[in-house]
Ligand binder design. Structure first.
Ligand SMILES: *Cc1c(COP(=O)(O)O)cnc(C)c1O
Length: 383
């Protein structure tokens, strides 16, 4: 497909819209697990669906073009994608990670792969010097989440990628919160992008998925091998759901972002709210880097309430906004990172990051914003 097409056009049309033998506009769901050989040592390009499936391939190619990467690889969940990336490393390799991370990523590195001999250090990646200071002889990877979950800390992707390239270290960016619509880590120099496709890419809270995207041939070949060997590939039906979600990615994100900006500004003026963490607010510590490296702010907001009681009251009183884990869907959700998404992280670490009993995380959806504000108003200021 024409590389110069706009993001929106690529998102809607994918790479082969209407181009199969039937002219199908909605890309077909190929449920077949296996494909007939034309002859000995001949293949249609598809042999067995764990290796490749046409529906999954269309999704992988679509995501690759959106991230400006060479190849995309789809996995059954976001953590399966992160696991695949982890397999790029060997025992005794050292990896530096953002200290504020999705709890499941923390658990995977700290509780599972630690036992396989991977060394990990968690640092505040808002300052590239913290990475440089912690480099070791055996440092092979840097894994950042930006903006981070749930404290919305912003890391300078370009500066970190540059350092990694100088030191021959693989730089990995979890791009779940902003998606390629607002942030393209590969363009900024990163080697690898990972996603939880469960979130904004799917966008409807109805399918789990994960992605790895890269332009580095060596990394691509290795991840492909890992994908087919470990087997956590995305099913054809779920591939189709994510493909359909991506068609409206830009529309959803614009709408959700508009809502989030209005809600963040409104929250700032509420007496019971001590602090609002939204990268679109000018006073946010990462605002300037965000303006430099992103084309938008997304719709994730965290808030610090003045009391634990108020945090609990909000969770119990919201009616339109659902008290549920996850994010990035058309439905607005509110969650309590301390005991939910980040329950696996030791309490002392959580508290030092600011993930405490007064922190709430809001994923703003695309409902009418005044309904959302009224819901929050009742929850915060109502009896
Ligand atoms: C949800 C999430 C993941 C994990 O993805 P799953 O699809 O739930 O496995 C990884 N990173 C971030 C930033 C997430 O929000």
């Amino acid at each position: 497909m024409n590389k110069s097409l706009a993001f929106e056009t690529k998102a809607v049309r994918g790479t082969r819209c209407g181009e199969d033998a039937t002219g199908s506009i909605s890309f077909p769901i190929y449920l077949s697990t296996t494909f007939k050989h034309i002859g000995l040592n001949e293949s249609t390009g598809y042999d067995y669906s764990r290796l490749q499936n046409p529906t999954r391939e269309e999704l992988e190619n679509t995501l690759a073009t959106l991230e400006n990467g060479k190849e995309g690889m789809a996995f059954s969940t976001g953590v399966a994608a992160v696991t695949a990336v982890l397999h790029l490393f060997k025992p005794k390799n050292h990896i530096i990670l953002s200290d504020d991370l999705y709890g499941g990523t923390y658990r995977l590195f700290q509780n599972i792969y630690n036992e396989y001999g991977l060394e990990v250090t968690f640092v505040d990646t808002t300052n590239v010097n913290n990475i440089e200071k912690n480099l070791r002889e055996n440092t092979k990877g840097v894994f950042i989440e930006t903006p981070s979950n749930p404290m919305m800390k912003v890391a300078d992707i370009k500066a970190i990628s540059k350092l990694c390239r100088e030191k021959r270290i693989i730089s990995i960016v979890d791009n779940t919160f902003l998606t390629p619509y607002f942030q393209k880590p590969l363009d900024l120099g990163a080697h690898v992008v990972v996603h939880s496709g469960t979130k904004y890419l799917g966008g409807h809270n109805d399918a789990l998925a994960g992605f790895v995207v890269s332009s580095d041939e060596e990394i691509i070949n290795r991840i492909r091998l890992i994908q087919k060997s470990t087997g956590a590939c995305l099913s054809p039906f779920d591939s189709w759901l994510i493909l359909r979600g991506i068609k409206t990615l830009h529309i959803r994100l614009k709408s959700a972002q508009n809502n989030a900006m209005k809600i963040a500004k409104w929250l700032k003026n509420q007496k019971g709210i001590e602090k609002v963490y939204y990268i679109g607010l000018e006073e946010h510590e990462g605002y300037n880097i965000t303006k430099k490296q992103c084309s938008g702010f997304g719709s994730m907001i965290s808030i610090k309430t003045e009391s634990v009681e108020l945090a609990h009251k909000i969770l119990s009183k919201v009616k339109i906004i659902s008290f549920a884990e996850s994010l990035g869907g058309v439905e607005s959700l509110i969650t309590y990172p301390f005991t939910q998404t980040h329950s696996e992280i030791p309490e002392a670490i959580k508290k030092s990051l600011g993930v405490d009993e007064r922190l709430l995380r809001l994923s703003v959806g695309i409902e009418e914003v005044n309904d959302l504000i009224e819901d929050l108003n009742e929850a915060i200021n109502g009896l």
